[in-house]
Design a protein around this ligand. Structure first.
Ligand code: SF4
Length: 359
C-alpha cells in the first residue's frame, strides 16, 4: 500500500490547527504537479514556527522526536518526487524546515545532522516575524524574502506556493504522525499542551478521542478549585466552563487552565486584546485598526459595548486571515460560557449590565 493510501486509511488530519485531511492536501499538491505542464519545482515545508501562548507541543516533539519529524518530511519529498520525475521536464522537490528562532538556537546541531545529505534545509523564522510568521502563506513570503504577511487565498499553496510552484505545508506534529503511519505505528493519538493554573504543566501524548475532562484527569491536572479552560490556542482558543469538558480538543491541541478566584478576567480579556493588537501584521484595515480600537474601547472609563460588538463582527467578517477572524472567539465564548458563573457583586455596573450585548 502506498503512503497516500495509508494516510487516507489512518484518517490523519493536520495538527496545525485547521484539522485539514492530510491525504487531501498531499493529493492536491501531486495533482497540481501533474496539471502544470512544464512545472519543474515543487516544495515541502514543515511549519515549526509555533508562537501562540500556551502552545508548546512542537518544541517538545522536536526535542524528543526530531528524527521522526524529519523522516515524515523525507517521506513527503519522496512521494512528490515520484510525481515530479514523471513530468515531462523531470521536476525536482526541495524541502524547508521553517524553524522558530528559539528552537533553532536549541536544536540546530541535532537537526543539521538529521538533515545531512537530504534536499531539506533549515530556514530560521525571522525573530521579529511574530505569531503571524507561522501562518502558512506568511511562511512562504518569509522564505521568498518578502514582507512576512499572509497572502490572499486562493490560490492556495498546494497549487501556487513558493515561487508560484506547488507547495506542501504541514506542521511538525503532522510530519511526525506521517512517520508513524508509514511504519504502521500510528495509534490515533495527539500531543496536548497543558499550561496555566495546573500542577503538571507540560506536553502529553494521549488518544485524540479523549475529552478535555479525561485529559485533565489522566494527567492529574484536574483542578480542585473553580476554574475554566481555554482550548485549541492560548489566544484564539475557545473558552469553556467546567461543565463543558466532555468534548475533545480541537485546533492546536492546547488546554490552558484558569483559576476563577486567582485571575482577574478583565486582565485576561486585556491580555487577549493586547496579543491580537501586537501580533496583527497590519496588512488589512479591519484587523490593523479593529484590534487597536477594541483595546481603546475596552479600556475606556465607560465602555461602548455596542461599538465593541460591532468591531468584533467586523473583524470576524472582513479580516484577511485567521488572526483577525478569530479575535471574537475567546472574548465571546468567555462571556457566554464563563462570565455568568462569576460572582458579579463587585463588578462595575457598566460591565455587568452591558455585557449582555456581547453574548
Ligand atoms: S487579519 Fe490581521 S494578521 Fe491577518 S492579514 Fe489582516 S492585518 Fe494581517
Amino acid at each position: 500500500m502506498d503512503i497516500l493510501e495509508k494516510i487516507k486509511l489512518a484518517g490523519l488530519v493536520g495538527r496545525g490547527g485547521a484539522c485539514f485531511p492530510v491525504a487531501k492536501k498531499w493529493s492536491a499538491v501531486a495533482q497540481a504537479l501533474a496539471d502544470k505542464a512544464g512545472e519543474k519545482k515543487c516544495y515541502v515545508v514543515c511549519n515549526a514556527a509555533e508562537g501562540e501562548p500556551g502552545v508548546i507541543k512542537d518544541d517538545y516533539i522536536l526535542e524528543h522526536h526530531a528524527d521522526q519529524v524529519i523522516n515524515g518530511m523525507k517521506i513527503a519529498v519522496d512521494f512528490l518526487s515520484a510525481y515530479a520525475k514523471a513530468s515531462a521536464d523531470k521536476g525536482v522537490v526541495k524541502g524547508y524546515l521553517f524553524l522558530n528562532y528559539g528552537y533553532n538556537k536549541k536544536l540546530k546541531k541535532k537537526l543539521t545532522v538529521l538533515l545531512k545529505s537530504s534536499v531539506i534545509e533549515i530556514f530560521v523564522k525571522p525573530p521579529n516575524a511574530g505569531y503571524i510568521g507561522g501562518e502558512e502563506s506568511a511562511i512562504l513570503n518569509a522564505i521568498e524574502g518578502r514582507r512576512v504577511e499572509p497572502r490572499l487565498k486562493p490560490p492556495f499553496p498546494t497549487t501556487a506556493g513558493l515561487w508560484g510552484c506547488p507547495t506542501l505545508v504541514n506542521n511538525v506534529e503532522t510530519f511526525y504522525n506521517v512517520s508513524l503511519v508509514e511504519a504502521n505505528r500510528y495509534e490515533n493519538k495527539r500531543f496536548y499542551s497543558l499550561t496555566g493554573d495546573c500542577p503538571r504543566e507540560g506536553v502529553y501524548d494521549l488518544p485524540e478521542s479523549f475529552s478535555i475532562e479525561k485529559i485533565l484527569k489522566a494527567t492529574k491536572n484536574y483542578p480542585k478549585f473553580p476554574f475554566f479552560v481555554q482550548c485549541g490556542g492560548g489566544a484564539a482558543g475557545e473558552v469553556l466552563n467546567s461543565r463543558q469538558l466532555k468534548r475533545s480538543v480541537q485546533g492546536a491541541g492546547s488546554i490552558t487552565i484558569y483559576s476563577i478566584t486567582k485571575n482577574n478576567y478583565k486582565k485576561i480579556i486585556k491580555s487577549w486584546l493586547n496579543f491580537f493588537m501586537s501580533e496583527s501584521c497590519g496588512q488589512c484595515a479591519p484587523c490593523r485598526e479593529g484590534t487597536f480600537r477594541l483595546g481603546e474601547v475596552f479600556l475606556a472609563g465607560k465602555t461602548d459595548w455596542v461599538l465593541f460588538n460591532n468591531l468584533l463582527d467586523n473583524l470576524a467578517d472582513t479580516s484577511v486571515c485567521a488572526l483577525g477572524c478569530s479575535v471574537p472567539v475567546p472574548i465571546r465564548s468567555f462571556l457566554k460560557n464563563v462570565y455568568p458563573q462569576i460572582n458579579q457583586a463587585n463588578e462595575s455596573t457598566n460591565f455587568t449590565t452591558n455585557i449582555q450585548i456581547l453574548k
